[in-house]
Design a protein around this ligand. Structure first.
Ligand SMILES: [Zn+2]
Length: 415
């Protein structure tokens, strides 16, 4: 039941449904209808997350699920009205709606006012939420389990930084270093964990390091001693399961899978599903932007880049330094600060709705950076800007354009 949209199929789908989509968005009141249908989709995604969670509970505890989640019920009713308005035959059962969730919205017998790009998404891929549905469920605060793990992980990360950093600047540095460490290590051995514990040695009342608490929150341990072999994607470093199935990481270029062997004393750790989803995969674009700026020869003296600045207030902070202190002052004068939030998300509309800028974090330029593959999707930037319009003041740029602007700004400041 997996829905895979290969490009030729996508083209066919577009030509077949373009007219209908155009008609749907032109004849109905654009603003109100779009808002209504995005709400329906958010509720559906939350409901699906709840259903999948219930099913996991049944498997673990042998419990029979009770009622379907409220958000699912509400979404079902809202859709029923959409079907009726459009003189389509309403759905008979929850199972029908569940089946529909595996198909892209553009294939549904009812027209929903979603952006063109969004209409080619399905909510379910096989038996898992699609990345579009994950994004929607998060906006609807629906995926409670993932949110819980994510919160626990963030708490552990902050605590480890607070306990190991001596002052606010130190806490900020340790936080960024630990977060980067997790992003760079989808698989860890116990030896690597011990090395990390030696560097960040602060312990809780039970003599356990805060770093160990963090690793336990972010990873799942397997008892392995000696060599441990796994396959990984060279693009994103995520582990790969069955042969022939790609990493499916958003925005990853992939490549020929690599076989990697690590050696452990007694334990090997792999990401918890939530760590991959909420720390590693979004971290790829954050880290790429940071590395591009900090490795750029032209900018080495001109700017100082800080990853996860303000304990994650922004993904990257770029500080333009005063060229009159070219020869390296102890406390360089900062002329300008640019804050960058990097996002690689399936739906521009949902990203725009959920996007906020941290209140207390002030900077001269606020930038929302997108990878090229998102910015190149037809209508993506326009949809995103339409959602942000009048709500959040932020400039939308691609990664590449961002780097060009930073270089140009440094040049104008005299570097
Ligand atoms: Zn990959």
């Amino acid at each position: 039941m997996a829905v895979q949209l290969a490009p030729p199929c996508l083209d066919r789908l577009k030509s077949e449904h373009m007219e209908e989509l155009d008609e749907a968005t032109s004849t109905l009141d654009r603003r109100t209808t779009a808002e209504d249908d995005y709400l329906t989709v958010t509720l559906l995604a939350s409901g699906l997350a709840g259903i999948l969670r219930q099913r996991a509970d049944e498997l673990w505890h042998g419990e029979v699920a009770g009622l379907l989640p409220d958000s699912w019920r509400v979404a079902f009713t809202r859709l029923w009205w959409r079907f009726t308005e459009q003189q389509a035959t309403p759905l008979d059962s929850d199972l029908d709606l569940l089946r529909l969730c595996t198909e892209p919205f553009a294939m549904w017998p009812v027209r929903l006012a979603l952006s063109e790009t969004d209409s080619y998404n399905a909510l379910l891929h096989g038996e898992e939420l699609s990345s579009f549905a994950e994004q929607a469920a998060r906006l609807g605060k629906g995926d409670v389990e993932a949110e819980w793990v994510e919160n626990r992980l963030h708490q552990a990360l902050r605590r480890a930084a607070e306990e190991n950093g001596v002052d606010p600047a130190g806490i900020e540095r340790v936080y960024a270093e630990l977060r980067r460490f997790i992003i760079d290590h989808p698989v860890l051995t116990d030896t690597e964990v011990r090395q990390l514990e030696r560097r960040f040695a602060a312990c809780d009342g039970n003599g356990q390091t805060f770093v160990r608490v963090l690793i336990n929150a972010a990873y799942v341990g397997h008892a392995v001693s000696g060599p441990y072999r796994y396959r990984r994607c060279p693009g994103c470093r995520n582990t790969l399961g069955q042969i022939g199935i790609g990493c499916e990481t958003v925005g990853c270029a992939g490549g020929v899978p690599e076989d990697v062997t690590v050696t452990s004393l007694a334990m090997v750790y792999e990401y918890h599903r939530a760590t991959r989803r909420y720390i590693h995969d979004p971290g790829l674009v954050e880290v790429r932007i940071f590395d591009a700026i900090s490795d750029c020869e032209e900018l080495i003296q001109a700017v100082r880049a800080v990853l996860f600045a303000g304990v994650d207030a922004v993904d990257v902070l770029v500080e333009f330094l005063d060229p009159r202190q070219r020869d390296g002052a102890d406390a360089p004068v900062v002329l300008e600060r640019w804050g960058i939030d990097a996002k690689d998300q399936a739906s521009a509309r949902l990203l725009g709705r959920g996007f906020t800028w941290p209140q207390h974090f002030d900077c001269d330029e606020r930038i929302l950076a997108l990878p090229k593959h998102r910015a190149e999707q037809p209508g993506y930037v326009e949809d995103l800007e339409a959602e942000l319009e009048g709500r959040v003041r932020v400039t939308v740029l691609t990664e590449q354009e961002l780097l060009r602007r930073i270089k140009a700004r440094a040049g104008r400041l005299g570097w």
